[in-house]
Structures are given as C-alpha cells and as structure tokens.
Design a protein around this ligand. Structure first.
Ligand SMILES: Nc1ncnc2c1ncn2[C@@H]1O[C@H](COP(=O)(O)OP(=O)(O)OP(=O)(O)O)[C@@H](O)[C@H]1O
Length: 359
C-alpha cells in the first residue's frame, strides 16, 4: 500500500490557507502521527487525504490511483476511518455497530455470518471491550464509544487505517491499548495514520510524524527529526524539553511542556551535524519474525554502519545484535528510535565522547 499526497493545498475561505503545498508519503507497515495546535487543520487534512474534502490544488493517490477518481466502494474496501467520537450515534448495539465495519467487504445488504461474528468477538477481546458487546451505543461513554469505533474500523480489515485523535477521551490504560493496537497493526503490514495532541505518543510509537502549523505550513519526516524541542515551540508556542526516562527494559523519550512563549515561526527538520560520533547500539529481540524488519532498517543506515555482530541465543529465546556506527548524532538517534518503537525489542545506545569532524 502506498499513499501519496502531492502538492496538497486547501482553504475553507479563499486567501486563508489551512494546508499549503503538502507532500506526504505513507506506506505499508508505517505508523504515522499528525500533530499540530487546535484548529491547525489536522481533521481537515485527513478528510482531504481520503477525498471527503476536495483539494483546491494537488492530489492524493492510493497505490498510484487518484483517490478523487476512485469509486467509493473500491476506496472503502482499502481504507477505514475512525472519526472523533463526538455527537449522536445511531441506536445500535455495540455488536451491530462493529459488524457495520464488515459491510465494505460483505456488502451492505448481506447478512453477517458466523465468520463476521467471530471477528467481532476477537476484536472486542483484543480491545478489552467485551463487556460492552450487547449494550446500546447511545448508552456508553465517549471513551467507550471511541474504542467501539476503532473496532468497527478494524472489522473492515483495511490496508490503510486513518484515525482522528483515537486516544483523546481515553484513560491511560485504554490509550495504551489503542497505541499497542496501532503498533501491532503496523507490524502486520497495515499503514496507520493518526492525528494526536500527544507528542509523547508520536515519540513512543510513530516512525514518521507530520506537524501542521496554523497558516498551512507543514513538516514531515522521521519522528526524531520532526518532533524536536524547537519545532514544538514554533508550532505550539510552548517551550518544552524532551527528556529521557530510563526503565530497566527501555529508555523512553518524553516531552515536558515548560511555559507558553507565543513563538510562531516555521518548523524545520533537525539540521544535519557536521560531526560524526561513534556509537554502539545493542538490540535484544525476542520475536524472531522481527529480524527481517530490523535488517531492513539497518539496510537504510548501511552507509554509517562500521561493525555488526549477531548472536542468536536460542536457549534464552532471544537474538542479540550489536551494531557499531560512525554517524551524525541525528542518524544515531533516528535509527535508535526506529528500532525502539518495534514491540518486543530492547535497545540501548551508547555514544562515545570523542567526536569526529566530517571531511
Ligand atoms: N466546515 C468548515 N467550514 C469553515 N471552516 C472550517 C470548517 N471546518 C473547520 N474549519 C476551520 O478550519 C480550521 C481547521 O479545522 P480542523 O478541525 O481541521 O482543525 P484541527 O487541527 O483538527 O483542530 P483540533 O485539534 O481542535 O481538533 C479551523 O480554523 C476551523 O475553525
């Protein structure tokens, strides 16, 4: 699956752009976060991508085919959308609401069979909402409805899952369930794109991020080059620090907002360093199926890798990979992050104090 937005521009009112000349690429297996202040245009962007709003200029294509020219049947067989869980919802049971997600595959007037009911049972179990199955959607909370809408979208078994603030409204546990579910789907090859108000969630899970600013400017790339302290300040007008929280199993990056600065400049990707540093990255993988994904990631950084040692420790049920890099710090950080967001992988990077000027 490949989704491409080329030169996308949109405004509701002529002369007041919401999105300006956006270029954006998403592929199977990616989990992509879209960030930006309230009213920047994140929902508008999702709606433009899916053809629910018409770009003023530019196109979205899915596997090379322009979305605006696709039949809605063909589009919704491949794409599922989870809108924000606001407003009134039809008086359906949770089970029937989730079964609706199957209609793009089995047809609107077909009766769902045992296979579809089993799929719904599996989904509610995965999302921890079994207790809601026979309740009415009008009698559940906003957060519960959010989980039901995610289950409905997953029931369609899409190639591309687009979610508008899926973790808003949810408590810590359900936020993690949603993040884990999106991560799992991405690792199964689905592409997930989600709007979020949590830069931490982008840092924890997203391989790529897009920040949309008020006025339509945007920046897109690897999460570590986009979700930076300076871009948070430019886009949100908030001074913030990105720190690390170390647990025995993992190091997490976390954003702490400090104060309102009202700065409102243009976001930029982190500038490449003119020095390289020697670093070792130690990886412990407990799921052998992930080795292929890690190899593909390492291949992208092959120009910087100066040493590599793999040690399958079968008795312990893990594989240990040690990588030595000579690379600009942002490449070291980016590779560490790409590995870190994989499930069942521990990664630890040590950077040597000596720095080497490039050239
Ligand atoms: N149908 C509409 N007609 C005119 N203006 C609109 C319409 N929908 C949204 N807007 C405006 O477009 C801008 C972007 O709105 P949008 O909902 O896409 O932002 P958002 O980034 O998703 O916001 P939030 O984070 O608050 O959910 C806002 O200024 C909003 O007021």
């Amino acid at each position: 699956m490949n989704l491409d937005v080329e030169n996308g521009s949109f405004s509701y009112v002529s002369g007041t752009p919401v999105i300006k000349q956006l270029d954006f690429h998403a592929a199977s297996g990616q989990l992509i976060a879209i960030l930006g202040p309230n009213g920047a245009g994140k929902t508008t962007l999702l709606r433009c991508i899916m053809g629910l709003l018409k770009w003023d200029g530019g196109t979205s294509t899915l596997n090379g085919q322009e979305i605006a020219k696709m039949s809605s049947k063909k589009l919704w067989q491949q794409v599922s959308y989870v809108p924000q869980a606001r407003g009134a919802f039809a008086s359906l049971t949770v089970e029937d609401m989730i079964l609706l997600g199957c209609t793009s595959r089995i047809g609107l007037f077909a009766t769902p069979g045992e296979k579809e009911r089993q799929l719904v049972a599996d989904l509610v179990e995965e999302l921890g909402i079994q207790r809601l199955l026979y309740k009415n959607c009008s009698e559940i909370s906003g957060g519960e409805l959010q989980m039901v809408l995610i289950a409905r979208a997953m029931a369609a078994q899409p190639q591309l899952l687009i979610l508008d603030e899926p973790e808003s409204n949810l408590d810590f546990k359900n936020q993690l369930i949603v993040l884990d579910t999106m991560t799992k789907l991405a690792n199964e090859g689905i592409c997930c794109i989600f709007n979020t108000h949590y830069p931490n969630h982008a840092l924890m899970r997203a391989s790529q991020s897009l920040i949309l600013q008020k006025g339509g400017d945007s920046i897109f790339g690897d999460t570590t080059e986009v979700v930076t302290e300076s871009n948070i300040e430019e886009a949100f007008g908030v001074e913030a620090v990105i720190g690390e929280i170390e647990t025995p199993g993992q190091i997490y990056q976390s954003v702490m907002p400090l104060r309102v600065t009202e700065k409102n400049g243009v976001c930029e990707k982190a500038k490449p360093s003119h020095i390289t540093q020697i670093a070792t990255i130690s990886i412990i993988v407990s799921d052998p199926a992930l080795s292929e994904k890690i190899n593909a990631l390492l291949h992208n950084y092959r120009d910087y890798i100066v040493g590599r040692m793999g040690l399958p420790y079968v008795q312990g049920g893990v594989s240990i990979i040690n990588i030595t890099l000579d690379a600009p710090i942002e490449k070291i950080t980016a590779l560490t992050h790409q590995i870190d967001i994989l499930p069942d992988v521990n990664v630890k990077t040590t950077v040597a104090k000596k720095v080497v000027p490039v050239g």
